[in-house]
Design a protein around this ligand. Sequence first.
Ligand SMILES: [Zn+2]
Length: 205
Amino acid sequence: MHQTHDIQILPAPVIRLIEELSRLPGVGPKTASRLTFFLLRAPDELPRALADALIGLKEQVQLCSRCYFITQSDLCAICANPARDQRVICVVEEPLDVVAIERTGIYRGLYHVLHGRIAPLEGMNREDIYFDELLDRVRIEPVDEVIIATNPNLEGEATAFHLQRALAPLGVRVTRLARGLPTGGDLEWADPGTLGSALEGRREM
Ligand SMILES: [Zn+2]
């Protein structure tokens, strides 16, 4: 960060916050400085509330022990709901994809959140995501169908291919969302209507 040198005359706590904020995705040194000075001038409650929220995030939120969605207890609200169809698992890359699919209002099954995708160029391999955990679930849970809802881009397709190959010997039906979602886009930004149709029009892999 070449700007660090220029800010050395600032008090250490200010430099520290600028540096910490700069590590967030999409936040460069310039935005980090602007946010830091905003917080410095803001009433005391605001930075305090932000600090509480940040600490609460890691202390009170965990991953569901079954599907790896985010939750405040051992099982997430979806896994803990007996009305959900236990025979279908929809595999997604990120927790926000679950939110996007729930928004369509048509899916009644369970989920499995990979927390990433296979992208060897970025150093993301099968063992870096919750890939084998899905296979374990399919082995022990009464699953009939796995719907692969990874993103419609290169890495998402590659991940879908690896999943399909690993699931095939387990004798479960494997389907993929229908095409029609904006290519290269992320599931979490798809509009509920388009995503709902892609889910309903899913095809065997
Ligand atoms: Zn869960």
